[in-house]
Design a protein around this ligand. Sequence first.
Ligand code: QAP
Ligand code: CO
Length: 171
Amino acid sequence: MIREILVYPNKILREKSHDVTVFDEKLHQLLDDMYDTMIHKEGIGLAAIQIGVQDNVLIINLVDEEGFQKFENLHEIINPVILEKDGLTTYQEGCLSVPGYYDDVERAEHIKVSYYDRHGSQHIKEFTGLISIAVQHEMDHLRGHLFIEKLSYLKRKKFEKDWKKQQKAGK
Ligand code: QAP
Ligand code: CO
């Protein structure tokens, strides 16, 4: 089922999410709804809080070299913890909760993450490149943070001005 995505400045996006303790049908339904919603909105990543669910759950589905977003490349990541991070990289990020705005953000280049899958099995994996950026972006959501909080003071001021103007225009 496609759910509504919360958009900045909705205060729920600032809430901290909680670890999943039960890996049941309800969790599977949440993951399926997140997938349907992300695909419908043409996203590559989504955190549960973006549809108003305060669980430490995120999904990522990058497009391959040929530009296809294959279901087999879907990552379902539950209760993630970063064990190690290394290096720095910059990428022009966007977010389904901040539609139409993109800007450069600096993040760790490599990360090692512990997480659980939908069946409650633990995995420890290293991520590099765009998927590493995506995991860090989505993990920020779980702690109530958006990528625009990482902008410089002047860029953030310009964003706020443009965003209000855009909202007034009824977009
Ligand atoms: C997070 O972002 C991310 O503004 C996922 O109009 C960011 O899926 C992963 C989107 C950077 C990796 C690198 C944004 C769709 C989607 C928009 C998204 C929009 C329509 C963003
Ligand atoms: Co986002």
